[in-house]
Design a protein around this ligand. Structure first.
Ligand SMILES: [Zn+2]
Length: 55
């Protein structure tokens, strides 16, 4: 299932939302799980893109 990364503008935290394409198409109202704000911005689309291999 695709994961969408959001950042909250109110508390500046980042969170991941898992949505099926069908759910995403319905443009759900995403809320920050930390402060319940809907003042969030999507950061990346699709699957986890952070595959940095530095360790
Ligand atoms: Zn928040």
């Amino acid at each position: 299932m695709p994961a969408y990364e959001y950042g909250c503008k109110d508390c500046n935290k980042e969170f991941i939302v898992f949505l099926s394409l069908k759910e995403y198409d319905a443009k759900p109202k995403i809320r920050c799980p930390h402060c319940k704000s809907d003042n969030v911005v999507k950061k990346i689309t699709g699957f986890f893109a952070k595959t940095s291999k530095k360790s």
